[in-house]
Design a protein around this ligand. Sequence first.
Ligand SMILES: [Fe+2]
Length: 230
Amino acid sequence: MNEPVKTNTKIEYGFNWRTGTTGTALEALKVLLDRRDTATGGHSLRVVRYTEAIAAELRIQGQELEDLSLGALLHDIGKIAIPDSILLKPGSLNRDEWVIMKTHPRLGADMISMVESLQPAIPIVLHHHEWYNGSGYPAGLIGDEIPLGARIFAIADAFDAMTSVRPYSGAMDVQSAIKELKAGSGTQFCPVCLQAFLNLEDKNLPIIYDECRKEAEPTQFYGLPNYFNL
Ligand SMILES: [Fe+2]
């Protein structure tokens, strides 16, 4: 294994959105988004870290890197507007429910477009479900038409989804998840971005993976905690 290169931690990059009043508000939003949508805490943190690591491997830095990080953090903010009956539905969604669920990228982009400081996150928020072969949504963009940040993020999101325990499926091991990602190269995922992720396998990935698992807040609830015993 190669000598690990600099890890992509918030301390080393010191991103603006993680400090001051804005950073505090975004940290609170991160917790809210995680608890609204997933059974496992720390999804937002992990996808931010993976996105940053892939981006750094592609030599993206400075403001561009910071914008990708913000986009990763807010990627599913549109799900706030998806009804609980769909977002938290046990089992699979029917066709009509999927139509509603698939509105979350546009809803999210619309929401953050009203806040100037969040607008750099729009490319990832709007396009994180596009597929490299054009079969994704909402715009059906193909290949490099998809913003680079969204292509990077799609890999980070898929890797975390596969390696996290979900309400109705166990966590996949890292090697199996990497095999799945490779199977999606050129169809779901951008081959160049995927190669950047694969380059991490012998460098940052084990470190980031372990750090994220340690830092993830234990979330005991599926959806919002039932504070009121309703
Ligand atoms: Fe999403």
